[in-house]
Ligand binder design. Structure first.
Ligand code: NG6
Ligand code: CA
Length: 499
């Protein structure tokens, strides 16, 4: 009897006091949109596009209304998300061509590797855009280093962006569908002899370019960069959403019995916007709206797959976007003309590429059925914080200096947020401290270009805004609130380590 009691107590202490493995090893699914704005989604007040599945995540999860990507463009935001390091520390973390070399050191700590060390099976299915290889990439051999050398057990990616060559999928370093007698060549400076471009063969275009995007033509769409060969390997743009979804569904089913991390960076609503025909006309906004509707459907399918496998309750889903919205980003796709009174940026100023808030202030939801306190959180949080916060959730000791452990906040158990956050846009930086934003003076154009009418946040004098009373950043308080300005200028220099 006594022995029985002793063992019962021992069992209780060994297992009863520790969180169950389901709590410390939830599956982690990070859904990373490309250029989706704060106000595009229904759950942040958007009305023009129906987003029932994104809204479901927000309504049954926690909607962070004060959350930031690390940058107003793609590569630096992804760099920060995967490394927990501010992108302005890495000079190469700028919008990369499809031929760029890998910008994350294979010895560096990464989110997938941290999770691997805690027994996770890790995968990326979707957009990469962090460079590949360590020199001139030969696309006809296994491409390395890449995601698989940074902690992803499995990768099925597009190398850069949907508007950049090479327009092929790469699975574990190998171009999918490549045939030996039709090798791929890629160059961003010079075209290959005899290969049509948007300039030499405009009659081949099914989609018109507006600015940039006048090099090689694939599927009637002109791209950035020149590419030759690989005919059988070329992706179908209108089938891209389904192609990635099929991969993700198989992945979820194959790994439903072990903890997994799935990084799912989607291509929508980045250009070129190519909804599958069944989504054409889903909104009144043209292709930009239709691909958001398409992405919403994909998310519904992912949730359904988790439900089918019986693992939805055991999966932490993070839904967010790499940077803010843009209408005309280089193609004639009616994004401006058909936008109507929709406000992709919500109540915020600026957009993609901008130091004003809409550049980095993005939709952000944490969803874990039954585990997260549902509602809205105003805590200041950055995608940078996912590294240390997810580490804490899975009982890893790993942290990075830039990434704050806000896991209690992420799970809705605390209001604690960041005090300070540096945001970045094309090499320029600004400081957010609590409800204030300080943007140092920058020379340069005020707007991206005559095509992309987004204010960049460049000004000859310092800009200071109090977001709590002025979310639209209309009132520069740099003169009126001089002491606030001074203290933020000091803090900005301290964090950046500049004089
Ligand atoms: C810009 C492209 C834009 C987009 C962006 C990257 C031109 C004129 N513009 O250079 O279309 O591809 O790069 O977007 O080429 S991001 O979301 O991946 O950062
Ligand atoms: Ca982007």
């Amino acid at each position: 009897m006594r022995i029985f009691l002793f063992f019962s107590l021992l069992l209780l202490f060994t297992f009863g006091c520790q969180p169950t493995s389901k709590e410390t090893s939830p599956n982690i699914l990070v859904i990373y949109m490309d250029d989706l704005g704060f106000g595009d989604v229904g759950f942040n007040g958007g009305k023009a596009i129906s987003t029932p599945n994104m809204d479901r995540l927000a309504n049954e999860g926690l909607n962070f209304v004060n959350a930031y990507s690390s940058s107003a463009t793609c590569t630096p935001s992804r760099y920060a998300l995967l490394t927990g390091v501010y992108p302005w520390r890495e000079k190469r973390a700028r919008i990369l061509p499809g031929t760029a070399t890998l910008i994350i050191d294979t010895a560096q700590a990464t989110l997938p590797r941290m999770l691997q060390s805690k027994g996770y099976y890790t995968a990326i299915i979707g957009k990469w855009h962090l460079g590949l290889g360590d020199g001139d990439v030969n696309w006809n051999e296994t491409i390395s280093p890449g995601p698989n050398e940074l902690g992803f057990d499995y990768s099925y990616i597009l190398a850069a962006t949907q508007d950049r060559v090479p327009t092929v999928y790469i699975e574990d370093g190998n171009v999918v569908g490549l045939e030996e007698d039709d090798p791929i060549e890629v160059d961003y400076k010079t075209n290959f002899e005899g290969v049509p471009t948007a300039l030499t063969h405009p009659e081949l275009l099914e989609v018109m370019w507006d600015h940039g995007h006048n090099n090689s033509i694939v599927n009637g769409i002109p791209r950035i960069g020149f590419m030759k060969g690989g005919k059988n390997a070329l992706w179908s743009d209108i089938d891209m959403a389904d192609a990635f979804l099929d991969q993700a569904k198989s992945f979820i089913t194959a790994h439903s019995k072990e903890p997994f991390f799935l990084f799912y960076p989607m291509q929508q609503p980045h250009v070129p916007r190519t909804p599958h025909p069944r989504f054409v006309g889903a909104t009144d906004l043209g292709p930009r709206g239709d691909v958001i509707a398409e992405a919403d459907w994909v998310i519904g399918e992912l949730l359904a797959q988790l439900e089918t496998e019986g693992i939805l309750e055991n999966t932490l889903v993070i839904f967010t976007s790499d940077n803010g919205p843009v209408l005309n980003d280089g193609y004639v796709d009616q994004a401006v003309e058909r936008n109507g009174d929709h406000t992709p940026w919500g109540p915020l100023r600026g957009g993609k590429y901008s130091l004003f808030d809409a550049g980095t202030h993005v939709p952000f939801v944490a969803y874990w059925k039954g585990k997260i306190q549902t509602g809205t959180s105003g805590s200041l949080i950055s995608q940078l914080d996912l590294f240390s916060s997810l580490a804490a959730i899975v009982n890893s000791e790993e942290r990075t200096a830039d990434s704050h452990d806000l896991h209690q906040t992420l799970l809705g158990r605390s209001q604690a947020g960041r005090r300070d956050l540096i945001i970045e846009a094309s090499g320029r930086t600004a400081l957010r401290t609590e409800d204030w934003v300080y943007i140092p003076p920058y020379t340069g154009r005020r707007a991206v270009s005559r095509f992309t009418n987004i204010e960049l946040g460049n000004s000859e004098t310092p800009l200071l805004y109090h977001l709590k009373t002025d979310i639209g950043q209309l009132q520069n308080l740099a003169t009126d609130s001089l002491s606030q300005l001074k203290s933020m200028q000091k803090q900005y220099k301290t964090i950046l380590g500049v004089e």
